[in-house]
Design a protein around this ligand. Sequence first.
Ligand SMILES: [Zn+2]
Ligand SMILES: [Zn+2]
Length: 232
Amino acid sequence: MNTMPSQSKWSESIWGSGSHSCECQEQRHHPRLIVLTGGPSAGKTAVLEMILKTFCSHVTIIPEAASIIFGGGFFRRDSLPARKGAQRAIFKVQRELEQIVLEEKKAAVAICDRGTVDGLAYWPESEETYWAENGTTGEKELSRYEAVIHLRTPDLARGYNHDNPVRIESANEAMAIDQKLLSAWVSHPHRHLIESQDDFFTKARLAMEAVRTYLPTCCQNAKLNAKSGGKS
Ligand SMILES: [Zn+2]
Ligand SMILES: [Zn+2]
């Protein structure tokens, strides 16, 4: 089965920090990396946009490395070398983006639009070779992240059109990727599985509540002021 997402998916990545200023007086934070993951059509983009609107400037979003790689023109080919090369490139970019945020210490919470473990779901060989070729281990990668928020892909009953064979095909593929992501992260001790709801707002609210629990008290108790904010 071809699990390469369509070209249009890689048009833009979402990044930035929460749009509210916060009266937290801390000069530095110890950034916690929180992964936001999920298969296609799970609503990740909408949730990221809501995070930017909801939280203070100490919550930052680390953009999806795959969007940067493929959106920037990296080979998108079906050959084995190309699929592996792309995943190794994504791994490296992801790692460097995280490292910058960890060293800057400005953010208290960094929401990773996917983490290094996500690559397992797209890796065409064994799990062992994924870790070995990226010079790491599964335990090391899982321990980089404080928590994983997994937005489940809607099943056929929710959000997909039964009458359209193409949609059913892509719905099955989407659910297969979601399942692979589920098993990639299965050993993480802090997973928040957010099932698809009849209305998207309930799903998004559950995701916001999960994010909020990882805010440090300095930011959790601080008064929020709506302000310019945005990309920083
Ligand atoms: Zn804050
Ligand atoms: Zn703070």
